[in-house]
Design a binder for this molecule. Structure first.
Ligand code: ADP
Length: 381
């Protein structure tokens, strides 16, 4: 077992690093941060920050030398950095092998197939011709995904016919990026489950939540304390084991015809787990830190029957929601702004509302978001 006095180095200084530091503070954990710029969200709140590119092997290994264990703000760590970290012999959580799976949708699909885990019908191809054949076999419409390099729906395309497919996959094939061609799932609900696991395999599954996305971007997360989805728990535990997870991981799931299918995983704290900051005794960030250190696991004791989180996206008019925080009586709305500059559509923060009436939580969370963004609640939400 590790100790709380070990130094954790976080590579990358976005909102996840910032919320990790917020969770580490009451435990007085020893955190160091590697930030590309002093203006990064986490660097703005943390004095023990080194400035250097998280994508530069030399900067990362120099930073890691002063740390006992290394973890990450995101999983898109370049291969050269993974190799350098492996060579340094440092403890890395999650491991470089875990990250190699997490950052590649082809490897995820292959691993899940190997372990007979439920997922959409798919084929992996590398050429335009291969994609055409795959789409015909699967039947249009198909969902095409770049194996790596995308996020928030960028790198995912719905193709209804061959012409669109050819247009989408040509660019990927030219750049030698493997292509995942998937059957379009009739999604009844999108669910997500966070799981924490330490290096000796002690595993804690957090509650299953429902997520709603618009144009591939997560907008709303709903937590119900009485929501028990045994199949989601079973899948989360198996995936945590097969990727040999250390830390927390999100498993994103589609519910379709009463069945759960794995969409993808992210081996880090995740947007769908932000509700846990207020709604559970230990947040996903605390679970991550505890798993990374290998100290006693966190608790999933609920703090309320319901919680709703809504993401605050940068308004189209370019205005900054932080300028409107003063308009919002704090009351029961928990505001989390990430310290990022406002840009249209960018995830700048989120709000969470707890309560014992789900509809009321949804109303309040959206009312707060409308006020902060000065934009109406999107249609269909
Ligand atoms: P990203 O990695 O950019 O978050 P995802 O793989 O999660 O992208 O896909 C983004 C969204 O596209 C999903 O949340 C879902 O709404 C939709 N989607 C992805 N795969 C499928 C599929 N096979 N069938 C139907 N919809 C899908």
């Amino acid at each position: 077992m590790g100790t709380t006095r070990e130094t954790i180095g976080i590579i990358g200084a976005g909102q996840l690093a910032r919320m990790l530091i917020e969770a580490a503070t009451p435990l007085d954990l020893d955190i160091r941060l590697l930030a590309a710029s002093p203006d990064d969200g986490a660097a703005r709140i943390w004095p023990r920050t080194s400035i250097g590119s998280p994508d530069d092997p030399a900067a990362v290994t120099a930073f890691a030398a002063d740390c006992d264990v290394i973890t990450f703000d995101h999983e898109l760590v370049p291969e050269s950095v993974l190799i350098a970290l492996e060579a340094s012999g440092k403890r890395i959580a999650p491991s470089t092998n875990t990250l190699r799976v997490a950052q590649n949708k082809q490897r995820q699909r292959e691993l899940f197939a190997q372990h007979r885990l439920p997922q959409p019908r798919h084929r992996i191809v590398r050429t335009v011709h291969g994609a055409e054949q795959a789409a015909e076999a699967i039947e249009y419409p198909v969902i095409v995904k770049a194996a790596y390099g995308g996020y928030d729906g960028r790198g995912v395309w719905r193709c209804t016919d061959e012409a669109t497919l050819v247009e989408v996959v040509s660019g990927l094939a030219e750049r030698s990026i493997p292509i995942v061609v998937e059957a379009e799932v009739r999604i009844e609900r999108e669910l997500a489950v966070m799981v924490a696991r330490d290096h000796v395999g002690r595993t804690t599954v957090l509650p299953t939540v429902e997520t709603v996305q618009i144009d591939g971007i997560c907008r709303q997360i709903t937590y119900r304390a009485d929501c028990h989805v045994p199949e989601a728990v079973r899948i989360a535990e198996i995936v945590a084991n097969v990727v040999d997870l250390t830390g927390v991981m999100a498993v994103e799931l589609f519910e379709s015809d009463g069945q759960l299918l794995i969409n993808e995983i992210a081996t880090r704290p995740h947007n769908s787990g932000h509700y846990s900051i207020e709604a559970l005794a230990s947040s996903q960030f605390e679970h991550h830190l505890r798993s990374v250190l290998g100290i006693a696991p966190g608790s999933i004791e609920p703090r309320a029957p319901f919680a709703v989180s809504v993401n605050v996206l940068g308004p189209d008019d370019g205005s900054d929601p932080r300028d409107r925080i003063g308009l919002l009586a704090s009351g029961d709305v928990h505001i989390h702004m990430y310290g990022k500059g406002a840009r249209s559509g960018r995830k700048l923060g989120h709000v969470t509302v707890l309560g014992d009436d789900l509809d009321l939580c949804i109303e309040r969370a959206w009312a707060a978001t409308e006020l902060l963004t000065n934009e109406p609640r999107p249609e269909g939400m």
